[in-house]
Design a binder for this molecule. Structure first.
Ligand code: APR
Length: 283
């Protein structure tokens, strides 16, 4: 069961006209861009930010979603920062792509130019097989050497590296010992200082400027003129939220899948992992 743009719960059969419209738009498109937010990974077990019980309700952005706040907390309450990092990384490391990620990746087999512009930092689009993914808010699998700046100072982390870090931070939490030096030792793969200076996760937090190359690629991909799918985002954060506006201004048809309304030609309210496979092909 999913809901249509009118908000009522409809069995998929009654949603057929909306899905047929979306399928026709995709069928006629030669260039498809897909703009995703946390909702596309929700069915993979990764919490969103603003839904009930979401990440920012447990870790207030004023303290956790900016580097100054995090640096202050590392000194004042490293146990809380350890909890934040574990709660961020563990669901991502345990997650597998869901049918939404898999369907997006499968669009590439339709002999169209498919570009994913994602606000997500979980790497699930790439894991599902998407080959052109623009991560405008960074990735938990990258560390930025702050004095070198992107992309020179970006190092890739393996899943295994982050799994070790989560285990060491969980052990740190079990000690209950709020010692900054012990936190930094446990978190040394993602936070610290080396011969080149300080390094930290390559994430775009509040107040950060988006990486110029990623943003240029994203706005170019938004100029798709054919079709933009907007999936699983509250569309509240700028400049990311201008992506649908750019696409619309260039004449693209907008297909929105999720629960928060945005200006669209076809609005499919419901879970991306359920709806998207129907949009791609006859089920
Ligand atoms: N399928 C589709 N949409 C879903 C699903 C689902 N299964 N579950 C939740 N959603 C929707 C929610 O209704 C909401 O509209 O996904 C959206 C998630 O919104 P947010 O939690 O605000 O996440 P997002 O839009 O990605 O936030 C953008 O804000 O805090 C910053 O950097 C952070 O990248 C993030 C940005």
């Amino acid at each position: 069961m999913v809901t249509s743009s009118e908000g009522g719960l409809l069995p998929l059969g009654e949603l057929a006209p909306l899905i047929a419209q979306a399928r026709a738009i995709i069928g006629h498109a030669t260039r498809i861009s897909i703009f995703t937010g946390a909702g596309v990974s929700a069915e993979s077990g990764i919490p969103t930010f603003r839904d009930q019980g979401g990440f920012w309700t447990r870790f207030p952005p004023a303290q956790f979603a900016n580097w100054a706040g995090l640096q202050h907390l590392i000194q004042k309450d490293p146990l809380r920062v350890a909890e934040f990092v574990v709660e961020l990384l563990r669901p991502i490391l345990n997650a597998r792509p869901n049918p939404a990620h898999e369907t997006i990746a499968a669009l590439e087999a339709l002999d169209k130019t498919v570009t994913v512009i994602t606000q997500n930092i979980d790497g699930l689009h790439q894991l599902a097989g998407s080959t052109r993914v623009i991560e405008i808010h960074g990735s938990v699998f990258e560390v930025l050497q702050t004095n070198a700046g992107p992309p020179i100072g970006i190092r890739r982390l393996q899943r295994a590296d982050l799994s070790v870090t989560v285990s060491e931070l969980e052990e740190f939490l079990r000690t209950g010992n709020s010692d900054t030096a012990r936190f930094l030792h446990a978190a040394r793969s993602i936070f610290g200082r080396n011969s080149q200076g300080f390094y930290r996760p390559n994430l775009v937090l509040f107040g950060d400027v988006l990486p110029q190359d990623a943003w240029q690629q994203a706005t170019a991909a938004a100029d798709t003129r054919d079709c933009l799918l907007v999936i699983g985002t509250s569309n509240l954060i700028t400049p990311a939220s201008t992506i649908p506006e750019i696409a619309r201004s260039k004449g693209a048809k907008i297909i929105a899948i999720g629960y928060d309304p945005c200006p669209c030609d076809v609005c499919l309210r419901g879970a991306a992992g359920i709806i998207l496979p129907y949009v791609k092909e006859n089920k």
